[in-house]
Design a binder for this molecule. Structure first.
Ligand code: UD2
Length: 322
């Protein structure tokens, strides 16, 4: 499998102005695809695509994939070979506070994408799933068939969407890749909410000359994956010729504690104030780690960017919209 197979293909990216979406659009364009980016700009920012605006093979439409006919109309007129569906309600916390909105954004929207694909003969779908479907499963590393125990409406909706896509793949002869992202980080990640990814919060604070707060003792670990690696896996899915539904854990298989992460940051911010420690967050998962071997074996995917390389690129930034 090669991302080069996407050259000359038309691809719709929902959530195209988001953090992962904008990197996915960029890689598709680099590989010679024609891209229609769709976004309702709820959490995406047009500025994320600013550096690509002179690229003639990129089009953008502001629309909502979950409501009305806008998605169906866009797909009908663009006639894509693949849809990469990344548009979502991205906050786990918000899904708990507003489960109906979560259902619309993270389940209904998926069904709309399936329907747009079915009625317009789009044979390839890539879906942004999440390690949140595994919840507090502690049998690490998590592989594709590990028990799914979502702990939030967000995780449940991602899993429900996977099942909708699985049923559709077999019913309509679609190629569906469900990418279960672990902890994604990199340029353009939005640090605004206290529930934003920890890397984005830490970078924001260090840049402002402030110290960071660790919830718990800092020994908790995550499988941090660089956004450009995630974008590559999205493009591989769009180029895939494998029939049926395939879920993949999109992860590195490398475990990093928060204390190690802070040590890595401190190389760049040696004068930052001391780290503060606060009570663990309720429901916080202590360790999360994925097994990357299925994606490697089936798709030739390797998350090659090490944490120190990824952090360096993150610090160099590019097109940071927030
Ligand atoms: C959550 C979501 C995940 C994704 C991710 C954002 C679940 C099950 N998963 O995972 O889907 O949205 O967030 O990348 O809810 N922490 C600090 N200080 C801070 C911020 C965070 O110590 O200022 C800790 C936090 O308590 C946790 C770790 O850092 O132990 C990672 O937190 P996170 O919010 O980046 O990610 P995670 O894995 O809890």
């Amino acid at each position: 499998m090669s991302i080069k197979n996407i050259a000359g293909k038309r691809v719709v990216v929902t959530g195209g102005a988001g953090f992962i979406g904008s990197h996915t659009c960029e890689l598709l364009l680099e590989q010679g695809a024609e891209v229609l980016a769709l976004d309702n700009l709820a959490t995406g920012h047009l500025a994320n695509l600013d550096h690509l605006k002179s690229v003639v093979s990129l089009r953008f439409e502001e629309l909502d994939v979950a409501t009305g006919n806008a998605l169906a109309n866009a797909v009908e007129s663009f006639k894509p070979e693949a849809i990469i569906h990344l548009a979502a309600l991205v906050s786990v916390q918000e899904s708990i506070v507003n489960p109906e909105l979560n259902f619309e954004r993270n389940v209904t929207a998926t069904q709309r994408v399936i329907e747009a694909a079915r009625t317009n003969n789009v044979s390839r779908l890539v879906f942004a799933s999440s390690a949140a479907i595994f919840g507090d499963n502690t049998e690490l590393p998590l592989n594709e068939s590990s028990d799914k125990r979502p702990l939030s409406p967000y995780g449940a909706a991602k899993l429900a969407s996977e099942y909708l896509l699985m049923g559709a793949a077999y019913s309509y002869n679609l190629t569906v890749t469900a990418n279960r992202y672990f902890n994604v980080y990199g340029p353009r990640q939005d640090p605004k909410s206290p529930y934003s990814g920890v890397m984005s919060i830490f970078l924001d604070r260090f840049r402002a000359g402030k110290g960071v707060t660790v919830y718990g003792d800092g020994q908790q670990t995550r499988d941090f994956i660089f956004v450009k690696d995630v974008a590559r896996m999205n493009v591989l899915g769009a180029a895939s010729a494998q029939a049926g539904f395939q879920p993949f854990n999109v992860c590195t298989g490398r475990s990093t504690s928060l204390l190690d992460l802070i040590a890595e940051f401190r190389k760049y911010f040696p004068d930052a104030p001391e780290t503060a420690f606060a009570e663990s967050r309720k429901g916080d998962i202590i360790h999360s780690l994925g097994d990357p071997s299925a994606a490697r074996n089936a798709m030739g995917f390797d998350a090659t960017t090490t944490l120190s390389e990824g952090l360096k690129q993150y610090l160099d930034g590019e097109g940071v919209a927030v």
